[in-house]
Design a protein around this ligand. Structure first.
Ligand code: PLP
Length: 389
């Protein structure tokens, strides 16, 4: 069968290619997965089991259980300093992934343009295409701290531009967009009547000193921002598929209509576990974050000690975007050869967009001994590569 126009743009992820080869090999160090290696905190698991035992095995409202919407509103108030009404301004989604797709489906008509940084999270492009919308990339560079330059963003805006996608802390670069910078981006959004999808799924994995800042706090922006978040990264709950969208009533009221036709609702016991995580697993999340920070420091100093590689210190998430330009290899060649010759699996930067070429992504969501082992192998391999073996 001929693929539909939405499907025809979809390509298998180069990250999957590396991963699928790596799992057939022995003794590989994995730096390619974007998922926590910790177990979900017990309080969330216990609450989900209790929910099942209570017989909560039926449909919930399309917008999600009021209890989880309230817990998400409490989290947004406490961490982002934003007030959302759980009744009409928050909708539960099947992870951040569905949140992003529903947000785009709500905001975009076919052929509308969506502005997004290059490199960025691999799924954004296909999510935009599924809506019939058109991705419009704006390159970011290491020199600019992987942040969108306002002039570059403004130059990319056309009359078809509808949405700007922002992700902070960022996958794949770990970069965090500071308040001052968000104010400049907000000025452009306001001037050009753009909606913003603010993907903050890594907001609790933040190591900076300045408080985390949400663009919706800027006057005029709450009305045009959809916040997407989930339990996946913060509470090591990737497999649970629990997330939410928060935004102005006029937009968020459409999300349950879409949800009715996509999966009706997120399972009730998952929603109960997610609410328990948000309310009662803060200490577990803080402990995981502290461990990621320790790993980040080990990964940054390890990479920067290898001649021919360097990485800026990321302020959030669990990724290091490593500059490999000195090697003269493309990022795909680097990743493939490193796997074949040194048994380390990482992600080619080109998987995240054209501007990701010249970089590879290391995920440090893995124990520190693994980080040391993997970086040791990379150091040896780089030495051989540089000596022209
Ligand atoms: N946004 C970003 C930037 C991500 O990296 C991910 C997952 O890797 C997601 C959203 C979606 O996460 P989930 O659907 O597990 O909440």
């Amino acid at each position: 069968m001929r693929p539909t126009s939405q499907l025809s743009h979809m390509r298998p992820s180069p990250i999957r290619k590396i991963y699928e080869k790596a799992i057939t090999m022995e003794d590989v160090v994995f730096f390619c997965l974007g998922e926590p290696d910790f177990d979900t905190p017990v309080c969330a698991v216990d609450e989900a089991i209790a929910s099942l035992r209570r017989g909560e095995t039926h449909y919930t409202p399309n917008a999600g259980l009021p209890d989880l919407r309230r817990a998400a509103a409490e989290n947004l108030a406490a961490y982002d300093g934003l007030s959302y009404d759980p009744d009409g301004e928050i909708a539960v989604t099947s992870g951040g992934m569905e949140g992003l797709t529903l947000a785009l489906l709500t905001l975009c008509d076919p052929r509308d343009e969506v502005l997004l940084p290059d490199p960025s999270y691999t799924n954004y492009t296909d999510q935009i295409r599924i809506c019939g919308a058109v991705p419009r990339y704006v390159s970011v560079s290491e020199e600019d701290g992987f942040r969108l330059r306002p002039e570059a963003l403004e130059a990319a805006v056309t009359e078809k531009s509808k949405v700007l996608m922002l992700n902070t802390p960022c996958n794949p670069t770990g970069a965090v967009i500071p308040e001052g910078h968000l104010r400049e981006l907000a000025r452009i959004a306001l001037e050009h009547d753009l909606y913003v999808i603010f993907d903050e799924v890594y907001k609790h994995l933040y190591y900076g000193d300045a408080p985390f800042f949400n663009i919706a706090r800027i006057p005029g922006m709450r009305e045009r921002t959809l916040i997407v978040d989930s339990c996946s990264k913060t509470y090591a709950m990737t497999g649970w598929r629990a997330g939410w969208i928060a935004g102005p009533r006029g937009i968020v009221s459409n999300i349950p209509k879409l949800q009715e036709n996509v999966c009706s609702c997120v399972p009730a016991f998952v929603q109960r576990g997610a609410a328990a995580a948000l309310r009662n697993c803060g200490d577990d999340a803080a402990a995981m974050c502290a461990e990621y920070r320790r790993r980040r420091d080990a990964a940054v100093s390890g990479v920067n000690a290898i001649e021919g590689l360097h990485a800026v210190t990321p302020e959030g998430a669990f990724y290091l975007f490593v500059n490999i330009r000195d090697t003269g290899l493309s990022s795909a060649e680097f990743a493939t050869r490193l796997l074949d010759e040194a048994r380390v699996a990482l992600s080619p930067g080109s998987a995240f967009g054209k501007a990701g070429e010249g970089f590879v992504r290391i995920s440090y969501a893995t124990p520190i001994e693994n980080i040391e082992k993997g970086l040791g192998r990379i150091a040896e391999w780089m030495k051989a590569l540089r000596s022209g073996r």
